[in-house]
Ligand binder design. Structure first.
Ligand code: NAD
Length: 547
């Protein structure tokens, strides 16, 4: 079977290749509704859920407010059943070879690229984002799948370590899967957030029980279907749906390890629950990310990067920038360029390519953005671009907004907006800029624009963020899957990507084999003589330069 063919038990999702239509009413559920997706298509996706409560939640597209689907909701019993099935599947999966698992990841890579139109369509319907921002999702999953497939042995093979007695003590470390990993993910990148943390978990021999955000469940379910098609056993990847405080908690109380992406407030709740059970967790949380434009920056490049840094996915991106510190010497010239590029951005509710920014996801997100900007303006901030909602484009649209004169009394000074709002600050010397960039509790992503790479990298070491990008907003680190990604301070614990991103799902197990001698007096030696011999031995080993 070629990589893109469906296994016999998995029907293809879109018969015509473009399964998504401006659709007719779905009289079975709501005779007055004009559904944006074909009900049969939705049903094929939701059938992948383990959800027997009989209750469902209606989701609407942020593009127009039209209903999209009814998402069946899971009970605590469903979560229990998901773990039973996942544990059974994991016991078999853990005995498969790394090469077999890696081959499935490479099949997923191909499938994701072949089916990118379907993935992007569904992502745009559910999230309202611009098509070019939706493309980042299959791109990131393809990168992640290829990286972990190609580095599987490097991360997961048994490794020889230094034995205490040269030649006579053989020590090796096995990477043993944790078991069943619980993954709780947010709505902002519904395809990549639903899958990217799970791929290394599967590679390491685990099963996964996942609860994607309710607003973007269909895209996450499409991801599950693509895993099935890539050949992963179906029970290895369980999907449940429901409110985080109920279904999310049900997962945390049963999982062997939890991977959470979302707000810092929820992350703290989950950290406490995991601590109580003495299980590990990785927490990818919020940020108030700083971008520095140094006096020697290429201002055209910096202005172009600043637009992407601030307004990608309408600012609903954990690594996007909300604070920009610009050197006094170039401030006016940079701001002129940045403002004019921002004002030229095209906004719109569309399935087509071409728009620079789409909608926010919900009324809640819009309310937060409006509240932050209105509060800042009321307290004296100046609006250089944007600053208003655009109900003429769609229910949750808000213009890309640049503020100047933001002060500590304003909510948006230190609180994450998670929207298309950036505050500009001048700085006189770089030490001051670094200190201000490090203010606050967060520490997720930073960015520095300068034509002196060495200087920028030296400054990066002083920025308290888990990732720092030089002459780029976030792509240089986020898309380099070999480099760890995560937050310092209240932006998180643990790392996704790289070796840390897969090792978090394993227990390291040391196996030591001793030959010929034992760790006790031998041949009638007294304890005192044994201590002397060992002391001499320690001194000799140090002289030899051994670790
Ligand atoms: P959120 O914390 O409200 O929700 C995230 C997920 O957690 C959802 O699936 C939700 O249902 C679930 N949840 C909520 N309460 C729960 C509970 N008590 N127990 C278990 N699960 C629970 O976050 P949000 O507002 O939807 O997402 C936006 C936030 O996510 C922003 O702060 C953003 O910075 C952050 N984020 C971080 C990263 C990263 O990689 N660091 C990536 C994306 C988003």
């Amino acid at each position: 079977m070629s990589a893109h063919e469906n296994p016999p038990n998995v029907p293809p999702l879109g018969g015509s290749g473009r399964p998504l239509v401006e659709g007719p009413a779905d009289p079975e559920h709501d005779p007055t509704a004009s559904y944006a997706l074909e009900p049969e298509y939705v049903e094929r996706l939701t059938s992948r859920l383990l959800a027997t409560s009989g209750r469902s939640v209606r989701v609407e597209t942020p593009l127009t407010g039209a209903p999209l689907a009814h998402i069946p909701q899971s009970t605590d019993g469903d979560v229990e059943e998901a773990f039973v099935r996942a544990r059974r599947a994991q016991a078999i999966w853990a005995r498969t070879s790394l090469d077999e698992r890696a081959a499935m990841l490479l099949r997923l890579h191909d499938l994701v690229l072949e089916r990118q139109d379907e993935i992007i369509d569904l992502t745009v319907w559910e999230s309202g984002k611009a098509r070019k921002h939706a493309f980042d999702e299959p791109l990131h999953i393809a990168l992640t799948a290829r990286y972990y497939a190609r580095t599987a042995h490097q991360h997961l093979d048994t490794q020889r370590k230094i034995g205490v007695v040269p030649a006579l003590t053989r020590v090796e470390v096995n990477r043993v899967p944790k078991g069943v990993v619980g993954i709780i993910s947010p709505w902002n990148y519904p395809f990549t957030m639903a899958l990217c943390d799970g791929l290394p978990a599967l590679l390491a021999g685990n099963a996964v029980v996942t609860k994607p955000d309710s607003q973007t469940m269909l895209t996450a379910l499409l991801g599950a279907r693509l895993l099935d098609e890539a050949g992963f056993p179906k029970d290895l990847w369980q999907v449940v749906a429901g409110p985080g405080s109920q279904v999310g908690t049900s997962i945390v109380t049963r999982a062997d390890y939890v991977c959470f992406t979302g707000s810092t407030a929820t992350g703290k709740i989950i950290a406490r629950q995991c601590a109580e059970r003495l299980i590990g967790c990785s927490l990818e949380l919020g940020g108030k990310n700083p971008l520095l434009v140094l006096r020697d920056a290429d201002l055209e490049k910096a202005a172009e990067g600043a637009v992407r840094a601030s307004f990608s996915n309408a600012g609903q991106l954990c690594v996007s920038m909300e604070r920009m510190f610009v050197a006094d010497q170039v401030y006016d010239r940079f701001v002129e360029r940045f403002v004019s590029r921002t004002k030229a951005m095209t906004l719109g509710a569309s399935m087509e390519w071409g728009n620079d920014m789409g909608s926010l996801i919900s009324q809640d997100q819009l309310d937060t953005v409006v509240a932050h900007v209105d509060d800042a303006v009321a307290k004296g901030a100046r609006v250089l671009a944007g600053g208003r909602a655009r109900p003429d484009l769609g229910p949750y649209f808000y213009e890309p907004t640049i503020l100047e004169g933001v002060t500590p009394e304003m909510t948006c000074f230190g609180h994450e907006t998670f929207g298309p709002v950036i505050a500009l600050y001048r700085f006189h010397d770089e030490a001051d800029a670094i200190a201000r960039a490090n203010e606050g509790e967060y520490g997720l992503n930073g960015s520095i624009y300068s034509q002196d790479g060495d200087r920028a990298r030296a400054i990066a070491r002083e920025i308290r963020c888990g990732t720092v990008n030089v002459n780029e907003a976030f792509g240089a680190t986020f898309a380099s899957i070999d480099s760890p990604m995560g937050g310092m301070r209240e932006s998180g614990m643990g790392r996704r990507q790289g070796s840390e991103g897969v090792h978090r799902y394993t227990e390291s197990q040391s196996v030591g084999t001793q030959r010929l001698i034992r760790f006790a007096p031998m041949l009638g030696m007294s304890d005192e003589t044994y201590a002397k011999v060992m002391t001499a031995n320690l001194k000799f080993m140090k002289k030899l330069g051994r670790a």
